[in-house]
Design a protein around this ligand. Structure first.
Ligand code: ADP
Ligand code: MG
Length: 350
């Protein structure tokens, strides 16, 4: 049996998914492909890692295989028996590029197992189990965005999620004469995961200072009263980013893509200046793109410190990209790559 599990991008709503905020992700047509078959013992192979692993009892390995093994463990904890299988993994979704290959791996594994075992696990439950796998088994304190996007997305739609209630709705993406693109900067800075955890702590500290238990109850006025400049800027990002998600929803409804683009730029500068999760390479790409009026907006996607940017543009964007890529290469010695974004349905069988 064959299962395809997509990567995701996020139109807007960055670093809000662990702050009870709003997000607007969608799945993209880049997939991890799983071939699964019942077997006498567990045998997992990844073409990207050029490595396999065999075992009878699932246990932590501190390697890429933990995303798969963790799903076996978590499904069992949730009362689903998992019989041994061979699992063959192949992928055209870049790893560590901010496109959520980790969640694609978790959700795809969970879905493949459920299909093999004949379980009807609903997609929210699958997303929640995969999220538990990443947080509790792999040990990355991520929000719910990636697993929800991979499990629940629908073609031609973005997924609006209220991460506080985990309620969601589908938002049609009418892009008219514009298109979305992803540019992979080709860099991933090591400090990413420690800074990520630091941001989470800073947000918790900001809440404490404001005497609030959730960002949902925080207003701009509350933020203005914070004395500590750093905590104030972190909180300012979260509150304004949530507003931008809601404003983007209305702009999409009104087919006002110029406005959507403006919010993307605003989101980027808030992530850069207030949340401080951008980096030199990414900022260079954004500033170059701003020189072109056909580029309506762009911003960093994912946790930050490298990875990819999302771009909303009209006309011949490939031509613009070539020029931007050329100057990027001269400055940093790295060739960035362009991905023409098409939306995809979430994890599925073929
Ligand atoms: P992102 O989710 O943004 O791609 P992460 O650092 O969260 O970045 O996850 C990347 C990790 O997921 C890789 O380092 C690897 O351990 C695992 N992974 C992703 N895709 C594959 C694959 N095709 N085969 C094996 N492991 C993979
Ligand atoms: Mg990830």
């Amino acid at each position: 049996m064959v299962v395809y599990s997509p990567g995701r991008a996020n139109l807007i709503g960055e670093h809000t998914d662990y702050n009870d905020g709003y997000i607007l992700p969608f799945a993209i047509r880049r997939y991890i492909k799983f071939e699964i078959e019942p077997a006498k013992k567990f045998k997992i192979f990844s073409h990207q890692q050029k490595k396999g692993i065999e075992f009878e009892k699932p246990a932590k390995t501190n390697s890429w295989a933990d995303y798969v093994i963790g799903m076996i463990v978590k499904l069992q904890e949730h009362g689903y028996k998992v019989e041994p299988f061979t699992l063959n993994i192949d992928s055209d979704l870049p790893m560590g590029a901010g496109l959520s290959s980790s969640a694609a791996l978790e959700v795809g594994t969970g879905y493949a197992i459920s299909q093999m075992m004949g379980y009807e696990i609903n997609r929210e439950e699958l997303a929640n189990i995969a999220h538990e796998c990443e947080v509790e088994f792999v040990g990355v304190r991520c929000g719910i965005m990636d697993q929800y996007a991979v499990a629940l997305s629908k073609e031609h739609h973005a997924l609006f999620i209220d991460t506080m209630t985990r309620e969601y709705k589908y938002v049609p993406l009418h892009l008219d004469d514009t298109k979305l693109y992803l540019i992979n900067s080709g860099v991933k800075h090591e400090l990413g995961s420690s800074e990520y955890n630091k941001r989470r702590e800073e947000c918790e500290m900001a809440l404490e200072v404001m005497k609030k238990t959730t960002f949902r109850d925080v207003t701009i006025e509350d933020v203005e009263k914070i004395q500590d400049h750093l905590l104030k800027r972190r909180a300012l990002h979260v509150v304004t980013e949530n507003e931008r998600v809601l404003k983007t929803l209305s702009a999409l409804e009104d087919d006002n893509l110029t406005l959507v683009g403006k919010y993307l730029y605003e989101s980027h500068y808030s992530l850069k200046d207030n949340y401080e999760v951008s980096c030199e390479e990414i900022d260079f790409l954004i500033e170059k793109l701003r020189e072109y009026s056909n580029v309506l907006g762009a911003r960093i996607v994912g946790a930050g410190f490298g990875g990819s940017i999302i771009v909303l543009a009209r006309g011949n964007f490939e031509g613009i990209f070539e020029r931007v890529a050329e100057s990027y290469k001269i400055k940093f010695g790295i060739t960035p790559t362009l991905l023409n974004v098409e939306t995809s349905e979430g994890v599925h069988r073929v």
